[in-house]
Design a binder for this molecule. Structure first.
Ligand code: ATP
Ligand code: MG
Length: 392
């Protein structure tokens, strides 16, 4: 099958990248793009100097590729480029074709040359092609605020023309920053927190605690679906499901009621840490946002964190709920997160939870518990699931 004369050029942003890091970053990005484009029938993903090209076949579905590239972390922007011969007449015709389905009244053509031997200078090409387009489409030139911009790049062998610069998500390719264990509850916040970390190049390993038989299994279905949605950018994802009912039962019978939620959280943190060790992750991630609920006041966050030996990252700490909801809607997780379910932490919750529990108070409350044994017991019941995104 012959390659199409159209292809995508992908740009990435992080300028601080140098030497070995840069090569690692570029390889990872190219690899992730290949994973994203599986099944689309693209021809090749190739690393060029400073950018990545996605070559297409004649019948590749361009809209689908474009849609998927919008989910690849680390892409700053990209464009669909048409290749032509380095001939002014051909360039003009191709440019005219490209403007056909566009709605515009003003236009600007910009040219860049790497081939300085070409008979026309960049401004001359721009004005020649621009003049032609204006005449053919009955539009006007506008050098400052045009409705449509058309770019022409002249390289040594060919000319490349494109009209739209498409915005990517930005950030870093998933995997370049290491791994994190994301505590995924089935609520609105934690999937957004996961996405923010993935965007900074962290590979997410997901972890969910459930209280079956005290709650139904709806939360499991939800976290599997949330993990599936997130795996469009995280790729093959591991989800750990931890039975939490017995442990909660023990906390309820053995500790003072006002501290329950905080003690659940501490146990979750300890178990999550064990998993982090298992999968070689360097931090835990939660969807907590400052003072959103009683367990997320500064003193409470602090006394939960006291049992952690690795960092707990909270990418949403400074976000308002409305901002988190807007992001969740954009990601498509909101719809799933708002399906009814009972979170294990809403179980046996006292009327008046402590809002200012100190570390010492929680330590004292835990004195009667055999913490190591409880962690061990939960670890024994753990289930590991592989979740992937599948395109229809
Ligand atoms: P979310 O919308 O993410 O559930 P929330 O505002 O409801 O957050 P909490 O229920 O207090 O807040 O949970 C705070 C954080 O603790 C969650 O964002 C999540 O990271 C973690 N968490 C809570 N419940 C669970 C659970 N059942 N399994 C795993 N993590 C959980
Ligand atoms: Mg919740």
């Amino acid at each position: 099958m012959e390659h199409s004369d159209k292809f995508f050029i992908i740009h990435y942003a992080e300028v601080g990248l140098k030497g070995k890091n840069r090569i690692y970053f570029e390889r990872k990005l190219a690899r992730n793009i290949r994973l994203s484009l599986q099944g689309t029938g693209y021809a090749e993903v190739k690393r060029l100097h400073d950018r990545i090209a996605v070559y297409l076949k004649q019948n590749t579905d361009i809209t689908e590729i474009e849609r998927r590239l919008h989910h690849v972390m680390g892409i700053a922007h990209f464009e669909l480029v048409v290749r032509t011969k380095k001939d002014v007449d051909e360039i003009k015709e191709t440019a005219l074709q490209l403007t056909k389905d566009k709605n515009f009244e003003t236009l600007k053509v910009e040219t860049k040359r790497t081939d300085k031997s070409f008979p026309l200078t960049s401004p001359e090409i721009s004005s020649e092609v621009g003049g032609y387009l204006i005449q053919k489409t009955g539009t006007n030139a506008d050098m400052h605020n045009p409705d449509l911009r058309l770019w022409i790049n002249l390289s040594h062998n060919d000319a490349y023309i494109y009209t739209d610069k498409l915005q990517g998500v930005g950030g870093l390719p998933v995997g370049v920053s290491g791994k994190v264990v994301v505590m995924l509850s089935g609520g609105i916040d934690s999937p957004v927190a996961a996405w923010q970390m993935m965007k900074r190049g962290a590979k997410a390993i997901f972890l969910h605690f459930y209280s079956y038989p005290y709650t139904d299994k709806a939360s499991l279905e939800k976290v599997i679906e949330l993990t599936r949605i997130l795996s469009e950018s995280n790729y093959r994802s591991v989800l750990y499901l931890v039975p939490f009912a017995e442990l909660q039962q023990t906390i309820v019978t053995e500790t003072p009621a006002p501290f329950r939620v905080l003690l659940y959280r501490r146990m979750m943190t300890r178990i999550a840490q064990r998993i982090a060790l298992l999968v070689d992750a360097e931090a835990l991630v939660t969807g907590e946002s400052l003072a959103q609920v009683a367990s997320q006041t500064l003193p409470n966050l602090r006394s939960i964190e006291a049992v952690a030996e690795i960092p707990i990252l909270r990418p949403l700490i400074g976000y308002d709920k409305v901002e988190i909801i807007a992001k969740a809607e954009e990601l498509g997780t909101f719809e799933v997160s708002t399906l009814p379910h009972q979170d294990c932490c809403s179980l046996f919750v006292p009327k008046h939870p402590a809002t200012h529990a100190t570390q010492e108070e929680l330590d004292t409350a835990e004195e009667g518990l055999d913490i190591l044994a409880l962690v061990e017991e939960s670890m024994n019941g753990i289930e590991r699931k592989i979740v992937s995104f599948s395109y229809e």
